[in-house]
Design a protein around this ligand. Sequence first.
Ligand code: ATP
Length: 309
Amino acid sequence: MSTAASAGRVHVRAPGKINVFLEVGDVQEDGYHDVATAYQAVSLYEDLWASDAEEITAHVSGDVPLGDVPVDERNLAVRAALLLAAATGTDRGAHLEIRKSVPVAGGMGGGSADAAAALVACDALWGTGLSTAELARLGARIGADVPFSLLGGTAIGTGRGDELSPALAHGRFDWVLVLSEEGMSTPVVYGELDAHRARHLVDIGPAPRQPRVDPDVLHALRQGDPGMLAAALRNDLQAPALKLRPDLARALETGERAEALAGIVSGSGPTIAFLAADDASALDLQISLSAAGLTALHVHGPVPGARVV
Ligand code: ATP
């Protein structure tokens, strides 16, 4: 047992993510879409402290509007702790103190990061000693993005996005995020994509049978070349997200008129991620976006997955 765990309190930090590429295929029988995505973990973190307790409980605070984040067993971190307890047969409890910096319902996998952090923290607190692969299998039952938040770095996700293979990425990519006050529901955005595809079947054809990540994305990541990556960014959820939230198009235009190499809606939105050429350009871009009245944050990736601090 680690020193932190023996002291009865474990601090874990887990990153949010950007999907630098997301191709969405058909809806499967289980109601989920088949996807092919390239994830990058970025330096915007959820902090979670797990301490000894009789039951599994949670308290949530944060730098971002907390909206409707529940603290009962609907909270993804609580669900993760309950699942770990059931899987390992422990009779221990934990109080989870969650400090959020990843926007809620922002398309950056904040809830998934909390679930990943809870798995790592409770595993250390309880001394249950599961491997990362075992934690990822449990995490996938909570949400498709949980295994990636455990792994971190840069990775390709297929299936629901939870079948992962690490991707080679060199150097560091500088991103400027534009945050929205109000979140978006992931199922609603997928629903809008399905409706759009059904309406325009004749013009755009059916959804790709076997989604796959564009080799140009993998090449750009391997080269550590932001210019090349900017040209290959793609997100099939961007059009439906913009249809539901036309104000995002203005934010995208503002960044692209400034120093951004390119901008993309992150996951199901509404967070927008602009890729910058380097650290200095990202700082300039952040200043321009802030001057335009937007909430802009400079982050970088890739960063490691959920870790005991
Ligand atoms: P993704 O990019 O993985 O689709 P997201 O980042 O858009 O997800 P989240 O912030 O992970 O969205 O959560 C969406 C919803 O999940 C929230 O509206 C909230 O009701 C519920 N939820 C449950 N637990 C949490 C949690 N710990 N943090 C945030 N939301 C949570």
